[in-house]
Write a protein that binds this ligand. Structure first.
Ligand code: CP
Length: 326
């Protein structure tokens, strides 16, 4: 067990080693048990967290805010639009100033080819831990909760479990590629045989795909890429189909929408779930485009673990905050 977390940032999934992620999950399960038993766990008494959002959120905001309160501290919701960021406060100024007011700074900034750089610029100027609530490259806290959920449902040893990270059709908007990128990075370190499925125009960042390949080699896991959703779903233990935008092909809004519209058949329905193992689980970070990405029958059905998955955001985040901010 590794215990050297105090003062550290968590921006990319690989910022914590595999052994450190195991510590995080160990603490997360302890905190989950304590909450279920009603045992107080004020590990961050009098500590404060700034939650700076450039994008909307339901789960991330709710779980960080509630998590800080449960740890005995306080989280301040800060909407970039209503701060002087909109009038010129720089990343350096935010890091310097919020680093003096707060004990941690959590940021969601998903703008393509900007968000991750912004978070790192704040981190360079900050004296307190920076926590990535989602950027254009990573969604590391979502992925910790996902790993925790898979281990709860499939056991701690995930050796040879087939985990499918698939693109899915959605009409609403071009969603970030951070969730699938975090998943292929983290799951290849934890025994899973990962299959990434997407239409040709929906590739992930080549350097992230290379890191996933390197992980698979290092940890003796599988990592395959296909453009056939049915093929990917065959005999899967875990399916994680979600929409993302064609950023690596085009950043044009109309062109991107036209590409998305080509693949309406990429829906997770009962027929596709029948291709998976009988005890497979269906995961989604939410929000989902119901009726487009997934049928109601699947997301509300017996394979779905989306509510347990959303709950685990709370426990995983509390673990990282307690470890880095205490
Ligand atoms: N999964 C997730 O990050 O949800 P929100 O966008 O609602 O925070």
């Amino acid at each position: 067990m590794q215990t050297n977390f105090r003062g550290r940032d968590f921006i990319g999934d690989l910022d914590f080693s595999k052994e450190e992620v195991e510590t995080v999950l160990d603490v997360a399960w302890d905190l989950k048990r304590k909450r279920a038993l009603g045992q107080p766990h004020a590990l961050l008494d009098n500590k404060t967290l700034a939650m700076l959002f450039f994008f909307t959120s339901t789960r991330t905001r709710g779980s960080f805010e509630s998590g800080m309160a449960q740890l005995g501290g306080h989280a301040a919701f800060i909407d970039s639009e209503t701060t002087q960021i909109s009038h010129g406060d720089t990343a350096k100024e935010i890091g310097e100033i919020f680093g003096r007011y707060f004990d941690g700074i959590a940021i969601r900034q998903c703008d393509w080819q900007f968000g991750n750089g912004y978070i790192n610029d704040v981190a360079k100027a900050s004296r307190v831990p920076i926590l990535n609530m989602q950027c254009d490259v990573y969604h590391p806290f979502q992925c910790l909760a996902d790993l925790m959920t898979i281990q709860e449902k499939k056991g701690r040893d995930l050796k040879r479990k087939k985990v499918v990270v698939s693109w899915a059709y959605a009409a609403s908007y071009s969603k970030p590629i951070s969730v699938p990128q975090s998943l292929i990075l983290q799951m290849t370190r934890f025994g899973c045989d990962v299959v990434l499925a997407h239409p040709p125009e929906f590739k992930l960042m080549p350097e992230i795909v290379q890191q996933a390949k390197d992980n698979a080699k290092k940890y003796g896991t599988g990592f395959d890429i296909t453009d056939n959703m049915d093929e990917a779903f065959k005999d899967a233990d875990v399916v994680y189909p979600k929409s993302w935008g064609p950023m690596l092909t085009t950043t044009g809004k109309e062109e991107g929408k036209a590409l998305i519209e080509k693949y309406k058949s990429w829906i997770t329905d009962e027929r596709r779930m029948d291709l998976t193992k009988d005890d497979s689980i269906y995961m989604h970070c939410l929000p989902a485009d119901r009726g487009l990405e997934v049928t109601d029958g699947v997301i509300d059905g017996p394979h779905s673990v989306v509510y347990d998955e959303a709950e685990n955001r709370l426990h995983a985040q509390k673990a990282v905050m307690a470890l880095t901010m205490s």
